[in-house]
Write a protein that binds this ligand. Structure first.
Ligand code: FAD
Length: 486
């Protein structure tokens, strides 16, 4: 796997792993009746749909997609891949930023046929198949007044998000998605199916909490759920460009003082969409949006009071507070803005200090940026930091603010310019950004930061030893890779 620039276009390629007509035929024969899912080759009616992902910058065309419907299908797919010397990619929600979900010419194991969620209300446990999207989880848990802490929109895959960590609206109160793992059913590179938990394969269980798709295909997640909702109290304040820097200064000063029952986040948006609380004169405008979410009982007066106070920070052009269903509304607010099929480039950085100078750099970049998208400042900390750095593979837990540049456009002619601009501003912010990077946001041009993302050489070596035990040949290598250490 590598990233290269093809003229002006950033292309992510998968290397030589080719499947031709003859090999497709042979695989179909070998899979035989064991495999109940679909074999999707270039001639299949659904090939077009299943060979694209969220980011249109990714141009990869698998030689064969095996869309699985069960753990047995996944085991058969792994076995047939091995038999033919193919190293498969694994696809869940397709939101991986550089397109690791798709093999370029080779085999893709597609989990989109495995999206069942069952809720054990008595024990507050949720069982989710390996191909579930976050929206599947929310839809199943909401009727029971439960949530599983996950991401910020409904279409991201539970698989990729949780195995790399999983940050989102509820992280401050309950921690990462991988912190909720109780046990995981995994198809190993050998084709064997095992269950990993704190007591069964504990070192693998440690590695799966943040180590990504390196150790096998997870076909069922058992996750802890928490009482919430279904309603959420949420406050939104919009600030015009001339007021943005002052609002962010106040934001930076207040965030460290907040209780973990609130999440407070900022987005420097190129265009404000027509959301329900936005007055017509601000629709389509460049604004800073501050969003405050009360992570406890929506009717608690303490929540209303705090959200009111946060909404009033700076000189908002408009502000609103409302109570809305979390699963059906809040978790879907951003789906449209980050829809599949546009060209995207993202960069994540942990913020060690949101100093005035850093705010000025951010605001200056945002005011002039010619591309679409937003610069997000995500308020984390809280329960994420309750878990020791060594307790899971997930690393660099102790940052209160995370910065995410989520840039989008459609014309390939702009690729190089927009990539360069984003890289430059992230470079300019270096004095204020910290160690580490979120493994789930590592982009194609950041593969030299994989060790850092996994917490540094010592932790990476421990992960390498787990890899050697469960995947000694590095069969699962289309990912942010951990190489086996004997
Ligand atoms: C629009 C958007 C919003 C995002 N929001 C958030 C957010 O709120 N919080 C957050 O933490 N991250 C977020 N991310 C980052 C996200 O966590 C990663 O991109 C993640 O890899 C996406 O997972 P996926 O299953 O959708 O992607 P895919 O591209 O399908 O999978 C990515 C990789 O994960 C591995 N994988 C996936 N499923 C399995 C499985 N069942 N077993 C084994 N390996 C598997 C494979 O290695 C695969 O290549 C977001 C990304 C995007 C593009």
């Amino acid at each position: 796997m590598n990233g290269r620039h093809d003229g002006r276009v950033a292309v992510v390629t998968g290397g030589a792993n080719g499947i031709d007509q003859e090999l497709r035929r042979r695989i179909a024969e070998q899979l035989d009746a064991r495999f109940k899912g679909d074999l999707i080759g270039p001639d299949h009616a659904e090939y077009g749909d299943r060979s694209v992902v969220w980011n249109a910058m990714v141009e990869r065309r698998p030689g064969l997609i095996l869309r699985c419907t069960s753990t047995e299908d996944v085991a058969a797919a792994v076995t047939v891949a091995r038999a033919n010397g193919l190293s498969p990619s694994v696809r869940c929600g397709g939101h991986g930023v550089w397109g690791a979900a798709l093999s370029d010419g080779g085999l893709t194991i597609d989990l989109s046929g495995m999206r069942t969620v069952t809720v054990d209300t008595e024990n507050q446990l949720v069982h989710a198949d390996g191909g579930c999207l976050l929206g599947d989880l929310d839809q199943a848990t909401a009727p029971h007044g439960l949530i599983v802490p996950a991401g910020i929109m409904s279409e991201t895959g539970v698989g990729g998000l949780s195995l790399g960590g999983g940050i989102g609206w509820f992280s401050r109160k309950h921690g990462l998605t991988c912190d909720q793992f109780v046990s995981l059913q995994v198809v190993l590179a050998s084709g064997e199916v095992i269950e990993a938990s704190a007591t069964r394969h504990p070192e693998l269980f440690w590695a799966l909490r943040g180590g990504g798709g390196n150790f096998g295909v997870v076909t069922r997640f058992t996750l802890r759920a928490h009482r919430f909702g279904p309603m959420m109290r949420i406050g939104v304040a919009l600030h015009l460009p001339e007021d943005a820097a002052q609002a962010l200064r106040e934001y930076a000063a207040i965030v460290p003082t907040l209780p973990r029952t609130v999440g407070w986040h900022a987005a420097l948006k190129d265009t404000m969409p027509a959301l329900p609380f936005v007055p017509p004169e601000l629709v389509g405008r460049r604004v800073l949006m501050l969003v405050a979410m009360w992570l406890d009982d929506a009717e608690d007066p303490a929540g209303a009071e705090l959200i009111e106070r946060l909404n009033a920070v700076g000189r908002p052009a408009t502000k609103a507070m409302t109570v809305m269903p979390f699963a059906a509304r809040v978790q879907r607010l951003l789906d449209e803005e980050f829809a599949d099929g546009h060209r995207y480039y993202t960069k994540e950085a942990h913020v060690s200090e949101l100093a005035d100078e850093a705010i000025d750099i951010l605001v200056a970049f945002w005011k002039d940026m010619p591309m679409g998208g937003e610069v997000e400042i995500i308020g984390l900390g809280g329960a994420i930091t309750d878990v020791d750095e060594d307790a899971t593979a997930f690393s660099n837990r102790d940052y209160l603010l995370w910065l995410n540049f989520a840039m989008s456009w459609d014309d390939p002619a702009n690729d190089q310019d927009y990539l360069d601009r984003t890289r430059t501003v992230v470079g300019d912010l270096r004095p204020w950004t910290g160690r580490g990077i979120y493994v789930n946001m590592l982009n194609f041009d950041e593969m030299d930061r994989v060790v850092e993302a996994f917490g540094g050489p010592e932790k990476y070596a421990r992960l390498g030893r787990v890899k050697a035990q469960y995947d000694p040949d590095n069969f699962f290598r289309m990912n942010n890779n951990i190489t086996p250490v004997p």
